[in-house]
Design a protein around this ligand. Structure first.
Ligand SMILES: [Zn+2]
Ligand SMILES: [Zn+2]
Length: 431
């Protein structure tokens, strides 16, 4: 029987696709719910929860799903889970562009999304006039503080009741305050002058959203770009790190392609180098004339004040599979390993232990796999009339494996011995 793929939900088209104002996944789900005359919460419970459970195992609780909604626009596994469920339910296959997932190979989740959704009242007003109100992914990005189109500071809360708006509102709609239900748009909203630098950063990120990197771009490619860019500038690593306000060990790790970089680190380094942000995230160094000026980096400020935030990011890595290494973790948080162990010893130790256990399990699985390979290869050669010498058997192994490893050597000897004994026994019976 052939099962024809069928969409469980309307195949609603995302707004602003392929532009800097591409719709966020959370906005898309809220609009999808409205199209079905459901609240977003009802839509999730009736159509999406089952899909998420089937992709993550049946024990996923609705509460856990609710917790991940805040990260649905991001780069972590929660975003992947939401994306898969929505794509399956709508038979779309290109909705990754509604999240930061196209950058997931190179961009860490650190300092990427704000906890709530910002908005530009002027943009909302224009959308209402055009008959399509949605919340762009741009408004979910923490470093975007200014509307690149209207050059006005983004609003972080409802002007009427002061309530901030979660990106995914279980009872909400794009452009409407979740608490007092007032329209968040407004052409007469008083203008707050934007700082030039913040506008430039917001514009750089807007152009980034319009141009995702090639799928093959990885931390190593970014590392090479950083290396080439720094060589071009002719600065030392420590001078560069100081100017960008990031830790020297982080720059050193990133140059070697170790680990992803947070968006604040990317923006700060591009500002120092005068590099185009989207091109850099595509592994290329392109000099821009009018980029943002180097500023005091959010990373540096965070060193001094935002301890809870670092701790929270660290705890979030507790569920990584495979568990993150210390070096990578430190690089991702923009700090040194020593500093991490000194400031957050307990939390760091938990991650170190998890990684240690994982490495032991991996080593065990490897040796078991190799033992099975030794036995099967030796037997196969003996059965086909070969001598199955050490050298002969080794020819069938991956190049980094040899019978020098004592356990493998023993298994080889044992297998040959047993085979010979069995053969002798058969012969004597026959005689
Ligand atoms: Zn705007
Ligand atoms: Zn309100």
């Amino acid at each position: 029987m052939t099962i024809v793929p069928r969409s469980r939900l309307y195949r609603l088209d995302p707004a602003g696709f392929g532009t800097a104002f591409v719709e966020s996944l959370t906005s898309f789900i809220m609009r999808l719910a409205a199209a079905h005359h459901l609240t977003p919460g009802q839509l999730v419970r009736t159509s999406l929860t089952a899909l998420m459970r089937s992709s993550r195992g049946a024990d996923l609780q609705i509460g856990e799903i609710e917790l991940t909604a805040a990260f649905a626009n991001g780069v972590r596994s929660g975003a992947r889970m939401w994306l898969r469920a929505i794509e399956e339910a709508t038979t779309h296959d290109d909705l990754a562009r509604l999240t930061a997932l196209p950058w997931a190979r190179v961009l860490s989740g650190y300092h990427l999304l704000r906890e709530t959704m910002a908005h530009c009242p002027l943009c909302l007003e224009e959308m209402a006039e055009a008959g399509l109100v949605y919340e762009p992914l741009l408004w979910a990005i923490r470093l975007v503080t200014v509307c690149p189109k209207h050059e006005r500071v983004l609003e972080l809360a409802c002007r009427q009741c002061g309530r901030t708006q979660a990106a995914f509102r279980w009872n909400g709609r794009p452009g409407i305050c979740v608490k007092c239900r007032v329209w968040l748009g407004g052409a007469d909203a008083s203008l707050v002058t934007a700082a030039r630098n913040e506008l430039q950063v917001s514009q750089a990120i807007a152009s980034m959203l319009a141009a995702p990197p090639r799928p093959e771009v990885d931390p190593e490619l970014i590392g090479s770009a950083l290396e080439a860019g720094m060589a071009d500038l002719g600065v030392t690593q420590s001078a560069f790190a100081l100017a960008a306000g990031v830790a020297v060990p982080s720059v050193s790790a990133w140059r070697r392609g170790l680990g992803k970089i947070g968006l604040p680190g990317i923006v700060a380094m591009c500002a120092v180098g005068g590099w185009d942000v989207p091109a850099f995230l595509d592994g290329r160094v392109v000099t821009v004339v009018d980029g943002p000026a180097p500023m005091s980096s959010p990373l540096r400020r965070r060193h001094l004040f935002d301890w809870d935030f670092v701790r929270q990011r660290l705890v979030e890595h507790g569920g990584d599979e495979p568990p993150i290494t210390q070096v990578r973790l430190a690089a991702e948080l923009g700090v040194t390993v020593g500093w991490l162990r000194k400031q957050l010893p307990g939390e760091t130790q938990v991650l170190i232990d998890r990684r240690h256990e994982w490495e032991i399990a991996r080593a065990k699985a490897r040796i078991e796999m190799l033992l099975a390979l030794v036995v099967s290869t030796t037997l196969r050669l003996l059965e086909s009339g070969r001598k199955a010498s050490a050298r002969e058997v080794e020819c069938h192994f991956p190049s980094n494996v040899s019978l020098q490893e004592p356990r493998l050597m023993n298994a080889w000897r044992q297998t040959r011995l047993e085979w010979q004994l069995a053969r002798d026994e058969t012969r004597s019976k026959a005689a």
